[in-house]
Design a protein. Structure first.
Length: 332
């Protein structure tokens, strides 16, 4: 999830675990602890585009890492807050703030390597990385927490905020199950044989859902709004195996295949090869010249090897995507 949401959740958990002992200092420690796992993004700035993506939500989002890090952070906090909080309590504070960070990330499309060093990323794909309907209840509850000094009143507000946000998270799971049912029904009705189906929400909402459908020859992509009244329409994108052969010896291509978990499409424009990650949707859905949200261009370096570079996204692309989502939210 986005930094603001993780900071907010971190503060809420810190208040729940140590509010009685630390009072408003939970805002400081919760914000720091809720941010720590995402510092892998900073590390990624010093790596190549592919290496930076590969490490995101890897080691820094694993249970193993937190088990080692929590006592270290607990020791630091207990030393700073002498006579206020014990080493055991501060270690629990650190552990729960870190753990809830990755548990929330599990609900997004990117997922996490929570069982690192195992490579598999777990992702429920029920919520977009930024969703105000999850964050706002927590923010409001924390405003009331900040204004009150009574521990029991503060605790009541923070529990209320967590319950409301968690209930919304549960709602996204139910809505996803309904969306999956609608996509499966449409595939069956249109006699579209497939190997695998993934469904995930579009940006900033849980009303409009995207589906990626894998077949032996390519992918069917479609979207579905809970307000739709017409049959779901799928657009087919063929797997360009011949283009893949040109990238067979590229290390970056092999890395991207792993990162995308096999959900990718190779395209060619102006004699340039592009790797497109299908999991995060389209900026435009032109079958002849599709533009994906996450795309990488391959360029030959000095030794002749093909290196992948992320294609930057223009502001106009983001605006066009949001306009499209807003229009589709209302149904067809």
């Amino acid at each position: 999830m986005d930094s603001l949401t993780q900071i907010t959740l971190g503060i809420a958990i810190a208040e729940l675990v140590a509010g009685k002992k630390l009072q408003n200092k939970t805002f400081l420690y919760g914000a720091i602890l809720g941010t720590i796992p995402d510092l892998d993004i900073v590390v990624g700035k010093f790596l190549s585009d592919i290496e930076g993506v590969a490490i995101h939500r890897g080691l820094s989002h694993s249970l193993l890492f937190f088990l080692f890090l929590s006592p270290v952070l607990g020791l630091v906090i207990s030393k700073i807050e002498k006579n206020k909080i014990s080493f055991k309590s501060s270690t629990l504070l650190a552990f729960w703030c870190l753990l809830t960070h990755i548990l929330l990330d599990l609900f997004t499309s990117w997922g996490t390597q929570i069982l690192w060093p195992l490579e598999h990323r777990y992702a429920l794909k029920t919520i977009f990385v930024i969703d105000p309907l999850y964050t706002i209840p927590l923010l409001i509850s924390l405003i009331f927490v900040w204004k009150n000094k009574d521990y029991l009143i503060r605790r009541k507000y923070v529990i209320r905020g967590i319950i409301i946000s968690s209930s919304y998270l549960l709602l996204t799971c139910i809505l996803k199950l309904f969306a999956v049912y609608q996509f499966e029904k449409a595939l069956q009705y249109q006699n579209l044989a497939h190997q695998e189906l993934i469904v995930k929400p579009t940006a900033f909402n849980c009303i409009l859902w995207n589906a990626n459908v894998s077949t032996s020859k390519g992918y069917y992509l479609a979207d579905y709004s809970l307000f739709d009244s017409q049959l779901i329409q799928f657009t087919f994108y063929p797997k360009n195996r011949k283009l893949e052969e040109k990238l067979a010896n590229s290390h970056d291509f092999q890395q991207l295949k792993k990162i995308s978990e096999g959900w990718y499409l190779i395209t060619e424009q102006n004699q340039r090869l592009y790797f497109n990650d299908l999991r995060f949707g389209l900026l435009n859905d032109s079958p002849g010249n599709p533009q994906f949200a996450f795309s990488y261009e391959f360029k030959a370096n000095s030794d002749g090897n093909l290196t992948a570079y992320e294609v930057p996204k223009a502001k106009r692309d983001g605006k066009a995507l949001l306009q499209k989502i807003f229009t589709r939210l209302k149904g067809n």
